[in-house]
Design a protein around this ligand. Sequence first.
Ligand SMILES: [Zn+2]
Length: 227
Amino acid sequence: MLADQPGRNRKTFVEDYVVFDLETTGLSSNYDQVVEISGVKVRNHEVVEEFSSLVNPGRHIPEVATDVNGITDDMVREAPEFRQVLQDFSAFAGELVLVGHNIHRFDLPFLYRDAQNYWGRTIGNDYVDTLQMAKICLPGRKGYGLGSLAQNYGISTVGAHRALADCHMTQKVYEKLRGELENRVREGCMRICPQCGSPMVVRQGPMGGFWGCLGFPFCRCTVNIPR
Ligand SMILES: [Zn+2]
């Protein structure tokens, strides 16, 4: 899991992965700290193992954060520090692709920062952000929040905003989005990149339309549309 380069942001549906989620003292990956990390390991689309730990952030948890996740100073007083917990999570996740909702902008910056502080390294796992996947697979929706997507599919939101419950919700939403992409491919408005497995959409270039891979910039595959 530790590496010198961060993993790639992949726009794909993989069969084996680890969904993870953080609860924190606030929204800033500069100033805030992790208070809980959970993960669910998935093999061939099925959850096979769970990981969950509270974390002692070494500081007071502001009420605005407790109001969201219900985690109080008392609950984390006896919990291990994140240096230990991140090491345990790392062993749990191994080299599997990390999946999570809004992890590109929110959760991963916390992990990158702390791995850098503790060990001078970063997290090398490739990852899939289900928020980005939802925007690709369900264009034109009003809300892309995890709760809103879960409700859309009749997935239970009981326990939302605690990390493990959010992991299970995210895992189910990810599998539903896989079906949405398959529908779009069947309808002919998307296709799957032959090189990287990401969705491809029609782009307009000076020579006319072509299929462009959303795995750009890691994948630059294009497919011509015959006139
Ligand atoms: Zn591609």
